[in-house]
Design a protein around this ligand. Structure first.
Ligand SMILES: O=P(O)(O)OC[C@H]1O[C@H](O[C@H]2O[C@H](CO)[C@@H](O)[C@H](O)[C@H]2O)[C@H](O)[C@@H](O)[C@@H]1O
Ligand SMILES: O=c1ccn([C@@H]2O[C@H](COP(=O)(O)OP(=O)(O)O)[C@@H](O)[C@H]2O)c(=O)[nH]1
Length: 482
């Protein structure tokens, strides 16, 4: 299945972050793979679908010659940079997207609105539209991703019309969409929803996020929403649906088979012989519930003195959004907590917590997933959480246990094969960890098999095919009910 081959050539993907982030080291441009689940999910599509990927390269490049050099190096990966000056990029990405919009989408209170970053957000969405309209041809499918670009569908639709072009526009939100009154915290909420409603198809990770969005359209804009998955607004019909984002499980299986990864697995197994390994991999972000995780682990160590030196938590906290004060404060708090936990529970034989504040290369990550008996994910809210999928993809041998917060989007699909808990309840977290390390082999196997089938079925390739196929149908029959 998937798009007919001529349409595969004609897909544009747009996200704030490109798969490669560019840096200048000693005057030379270098690119490295970007972090985070959005890049993982879209990169997983590249095997099955051909597309051009527009986004911000992560660096300011002013000189035209330099811009050409960066563009050429990214073109090899079908990536097209949209250059932004650093103040504008900062206000858009850190100022509005990550200090205002991101917390509201994740039910965090106390957000203060400010007009300067909002103006930057609008400007960046316009600059993205300008760049895309240049390249898009009549009939191109344009698939826009995430909260940094919520105004883009409307601006794009207007610009394309001015140029006499007609393209189907799809939008996927990678975060939750909040329920009830929460969205009201944002004074510019109406602009953003209207921006999205110029799409033909809007995708969410779960039914809950989709329904929250539909309810907001009805209450805020008086849009007609009686027919399931359908929003009628200003004479346009917009379809919404759940599309399950995933990973490329084969990439993990193949990496695990590499001799050097097998060597690394052997070394780690020897190092942790007789010790239960719990792994956590999260961007350093409030939504990942990292302070809750460390408190819960501390409670677990208090509750089980008999397990001293027999359990270790290896927590990878991937640096993220480091220019935002709230993220800097969180980093400091975590460092302090990690020190206190080890101060309290360490023995001459070792420390129970290994806290790593850095990125981990992919091969090391797969080895780490593979040797872990438990994966502990404690998100207070999380669009999906692809780490949960990745852990399962590396558990063919061990049948390790996923301990997953009920607030991760992934929990709506994976709760049957995992141990679910409320991240604000450290007693529950401690009990969940204990249960995970105590499950017998047959219980672990049946949970693993359930999750394996889910992860192998819901791949990133399938996600991309399902969405683009639906979008292409909308393009041909825009008035057809969803
Ligand atoms: O681009 P960054 O600011 O470095 O942040 C990384 C990404 O974080 C968010 O990821 C989300 O998408 C994942 C895949 O759908 C999902 O599993 C996860 O729950 C989300 O948090 C953000 O939405 C992306 O735009 C960022 O690129
Ligand atoms: O050093 C690392 C460790 C992990 N990841 C990847 O970051 C993604 C995290 O995605 P998830 O959906 O769990 O959350 P997000 O960070 O997007 O909110 C996963 O694919 C991880 O493999 C990464 O980019 N760098």
């Amino acid at each position: 299945m998937g798009l007919p081959s001529e349409e595969k050539q004609n897909l544009i993907i747009v996200s704030n972050r490109l798969p490669l982030s560019v840096k200048r080291v000693d005057g030379v441009f270098q690119s490295s793979i970007s972090s985070g689940g959005l890049v993982t999910s879209l990169a997983g599509l590249t095997k099955s679908t051909k597309f051009q990927w527009f986004g911000w390269p992560g660096i300011e490049v002013r000189d035209p010659g330099d811009r050409e050099e960066v563009s050429e190096s990214l073109a090899v990966h079908n990536a097209i940079p949209i250059f932004l000056d650093s103040t504008l990029a900062h206000e858009h990405y850190n100022g509005f997207s990550n200090r205002i919009l991101w917390p509201i989408l994740h039910y965090q209170s106390g957000v203060t609105f400010d007009d300067t970053p909002w103006q930057a957000y609008k400007r960046v969405n316009e600059l993205f539209a300008d760049a895309i309209v240049e390249t898009a041809a009549n009939g191109t499918l344009i698939w826009v991703h995430d909260y940094h670009l919520m105004l883009l569908p409307e601006i794009l639709r207007n610009r394309l019309k001015e140029q006499g072009k007609s393209c189907a526009i799809g939008f996927s939100l990678h975060t939750p969409f909040p329920a009830g009154d929460f969205w009201r915290n944002l004074p510019v909420r109406k602009h953003l929803i209207e921006g999205l409603l110029s799409s033909d198809l809007i995708g969410f990770h779960t039914d809950e996020y989709k329904q929250n969005f539909i309810d907001t359209c009805a209450s805020l804009l008086d849009a007609r929403t009686e027919i399931p998955n359908q929003i009628q607004y200003k004479n346009r019909l917009v379809c919404t649906n759940k599309f399950i984002v995933g990973i490329d499980p084969q990439k993990f299986t193949e990496t695990l088979e590499m001799p050097k990864v097998q060597d690394r697995i052997r070394t780690l197994k020897q190092r942790y012989e007789g010790v239960k390994v719990i792994v956590g991999v999260d961007r350093l972000d409030h939504i990942k519930g990292l302070t809750q995780k460390l408190s819960g682990f501390d409670a677990f160590l208090d509750d089980h003195p008999e397990l001293q030196n027999k359990v270790v938590l290896i927590q990878v906290a991937v640096p993220s959004r480091e220019d935002v004060k709230e993220y800097q404060d969180l980093e400091r708090d975590l460092c302090t907590m990690a020190g206190k936990i080890n101060g309290k529970h360490a023995t001459p034989e070792g420390t129970p917590l290994l806290y790593m504040h850095r990125s981990v290369p992919f091969e090391e990550l797969t080895a780490l997933y593979s040797v872990a008996d438990v994966c502990l994910l404690t998100s207070t809210r999380d669009g999906m959480n692809l780490v949960a999928f990745e852990y399962v993809a590396c558990q063919r041998e061990r049948h390790g246990v996923l301990v997953l917060s009920e607030f991760a989007g992934a929990s709506s699909f994976m709760s049957n094969g995992s141990i679910s808990f409320h991240p604000a309840n450290k007693t529950q977290m401690s009990e969940a960890i204990f249960k995970a390390i105590s499950l017998d082999a047959s219980e672990r196997k049946s949970k693993y098999e359930y999750l394996r089938d889910f992860v192998n079925h819901n791949t990133s390739a399938k996600w991309g095919q399902d969405f683009t196929e639906k979008l292409s149908q909308r393009c041909k029959r825009p008035d057809k009910p969803c």
